[in-house]
Design a protein around this ligand. Structure first.
Ligand code: SAH
Ligand code: CA
Length: 236
């Protein structure tokens, strides 16, 4: 059985989180996602991967939306990417951006075996210049049904400026880690777990949350799934 101690869910009870995983998530997790998750388990940065319950959430959201043309910023070894690829129709597309191809290649054989690699267009490099290039061609405006953002938190506001034009009206941008290990609600000087990792980005996430809440172009829903995901639906 997969024991998720030290997990990143913000649920206060480990037992309750384990209950959710054991009852509703792991029994329904596709074999290929399980395989990819286990393949990444011992990676020193495995804490970055999307958790199985969040993968399940993304999958059902994409299906409810009938999403077809999507983007992912921040791939790592591909858990959320494979969850997305499985949820899209045969002719669905994912533009996948990451500065690191090596980690993507850890999960790639599993993605290929699952028969969904043809949906993925992986581009290696910092996301911002790639977004600027997409943005510069008006034909790309309003063309994405769904965009999942899970990369450098200090750039989320910069991403949002571009993504809000690239997503279609009625489409969704999902920003991951918007509760940032709970630090957003703690006083700035409070001691934090994994302080070196969390503190430098805390204020960026706090500012992002304020900006999203004030942005009249979107409706938002802040979910406490995993480390917090903010669902933004473009309305104008
Ligand atoms: N969604 C992934 C986890 C992503 S972790 C999963 O489910 O496993 C964050 C990723 O963002 C890392 O792989 C990192 O290489 C990437 N990243 C960091 N800065 C970036 C940038 N400027 N542009 C694109 N990707 C970036
Ligand atoms: Ca994340």
């Amino acid at each position: 059985m997969d024991q998720e101690f030290g997990h990143k869910s913000l649920l206060c009870s480990d037992t309750l989180y384990q209950y959710i995983l054991d009852t509703s998530v792991y029994p329904r997790e596709p074999e290929c996602l399980k395989e990819l998750r286990h393949r990444t388990e011992n990676h020193p940065k495995n804490y970055m991967a999307v958790s199985a319950d969040e993968g399940q959430f993304l999958s059902i959201l994409l299906k409810l939306m009938n999403a077809k043309n999507t983007m992912e910023i921040g791939v790592f070894t591909g858990y959320s990417l494979l969850a997305t690829a499985l949820a899209l129709p045969e002719d669905g597309k994912i533009l996948a951006l990451d500065i690191n191809r090596e980690n993507y290649e850890i999960g790639l054989p599993v993605i290929e075996k699952a028969g969904v690699a043809h949906k993925i267009d992986f581009k290696e490099g910092p996301a911002l210049p790639i977004l600027d290039q997409l943005f510069s061609d008006e034909k790309n405006h309003g063309t994405f049904d769904f965009i999942f953002v899970d990369a450098d938190k200090d750039n989320y506001i910069n991403y949002h400026k571009r993504l809000i034009e690239l997503v279609r009206v009625g489409g969704v941008i999902g920003y991951d880690n918007t509760l940032w290990y709970g630090s957003v609600a703690m006083p700035p000087e409070a001691p934090l777990p994994m302080d070196d990792l969390i503190r430098p980005y805390r204020d960026f996430v706090v500012e992002l949350n304020k900006a999203l809440a004030a942005d009249k172009r979107i409706e938002i829903c802040q979910l406490p799934v995993s480390d917090g995901i903010t669902i933004c639906r473009r309305v104008i």
